[in-house]
Design a protein around this ligand. Structure first.
Ligand code: NDP
Length: 250
C-alpha cells in the first residue's frame, strides 16, 4: 500500500532507532526499519508496531554500501511510497582505546558505517524529496553524538571524528537544500543506555560517565526518539541546519 507519510530509519532494529521507528509509526508514518544482521530484533520491532496498528516493513541492507542503499530506497518506493522522513541513525562504536591503537582498517570501517551511510542515504532521499526534481519536500534527521564536540580523547577519537563529519554534513546539506523543501537537522545524544555500551569499554565506564552528567543519569532511547520525532514533524517547521542535544546537560 503506497502512503503519503513514509519514514526510513537506518539501524532501526535496536536502541535509539527502534524507539524512533515506533514513535514515527504511532504518529501515522509507514516505517521502513533497516538493519544489518539481527533478523529477529528487526522482526520483534515490526511485530510491536503491527500489533499497535502501524504499518511497517523491514529491510536488511548495509547502508555503508551504495548498491545496497539504492536497492533499499527502490524497495521503499515500491512497497511504501516516496520517503518523506529519513533518519540516518545506523552507527558503530569500537573498543575503547587511544589513537595509537586504532588501525587504519578500524578507522575506515567506522567512517564507512557512520559517515558514508549518511552521505549515501541523504543523496537517495534528496533525489526523491527535492522540489527541484519534482518531489514534494521532506525531512532528514541525522544521529550524531555529543562526542563530536568532546572529541572522546583516550576512548574513541575515530568515532568522535566521524560524528564531527555528520555535524558538518548536517549544516552544509541543510543550507544546500533549504530552498528545495527539505529540512536537515541532527540530534547529538549523550550517554544513552543501549547495546552499544554492552561491551568494549573499561568495566566502570558507564558509571564514570554518569557521574559527569548534570541530570545525574544516562538517557533512555525513547528520550532521543522524542527529539528526533520533533525534528521530523511540522512542530519544528522553522528549524533547519540545527542540533538538539538530548544529553542530560553534558
Ligand atoms: P545500537 O548498537 O543499539 O544499534 C545499532 C543499529 O545500527 C542496529 O540496528 C544495527 O543493526 C544497525 N547497523 C549497524 N551497522 C549498520 C549498517 N552498516 N547498515 C545497516 N544497519 C546497521 O546503537 P544505538 O541505538 O546505541 O545508537 C544509534 C545511533 O545513535 C548511532 O549512530 C550512535 O552512534 C548514536 N549515538 C548513540 C549513543 C549511545 O549512548 N547509545 C550516544 C550518542 C550517539 P544490527 O543489529 O542488525 O547489526
Amino acid at each position: 500500500m503506497v502512503q503519503d507519510k513514509v519514514a526510513i530509519v537506518t539501524g532501526g532494529s535496536r536502541g535509539i532507532g527502534a524507539e524512533t521507528a515506533k514513535l514515527l509509526a504511532e504518529n501515522g508514518y509507514a516505517v521502513c526499519i533497516n538493519y544489518l544482521r539481527n533478523d529477529s530484533a528487526a522482526q520483534k520491532i515490526k511485530d510491536e508496531i503491527t500489533t499497535l496498528g502501524g504499518h511497517c516493513i523491514t529491510i536488511k541492507a548495509d547502508v555503508s554500501a551504495s548498491e545496497a542503499v539504492s536497492r533499499l530506497f527502490e524497495t521503499v518506493d515500491r512497497k511504501l511510497g516516496t520517503v518523506s522522513v529519513l533518519v540516518n541513525n545506523a552507527g558503530i562504536l569500537k573498543q575503547q582505546c587511544r589513537l595509537d591503537e586504532i588501525s587504519e582498517q578500524r578507522f575506515t570501517e567506522v567512517f564507512q558505517t557512520n559517515v558514508m551511510s549518511c552521505f549515501l542515504c541523504t543523496k537517495e532521499a534528496i533525489k526523491r524529496m527535492s522540489t527541484k526534481y519534482g518531489g514534494s519536500g521532506g525531512v532528514i534527521v541525522n544521529v550524531s553524538s555529543g562526542a563530536s564536540k568532546s572529541g572522546s580523547p583516550n576512548e574513541y577519537v575515530d568515532y568522535a571524528a566521524s560524528k564531527g563529519a555528520i555535524d558538518s554534513l548536517t549544516r552544509g546539506v541543510a543550507l544546500e537544500v533549504a530552498a528545495e523543501g527539505i529540512r536537515v537537522n541532527a540530534v547529538r545524544p549523550g550517554l544513552i543506555y543501549t547495546e552499544m555500551h554492552a561491551s568494549g569499554g573499561e568495566p566502570n565506564r558507564v558509571q564514570r560517565l554518569e557521574s559527569k552528567i548534570p541530570l545525574q543519569r544516562g538517557g533512555k532511547p525513547k528520550e532521543v526518539a522524542q527529539a528526533i520525532l520533533w525534528l521530523a514533524t511540522e512542530k519544528s517547521s522553522f528549524v533547519t541546519g540545527s542540533f538538539v542535544d538530548p544529553a542530560g546537560g553534558l
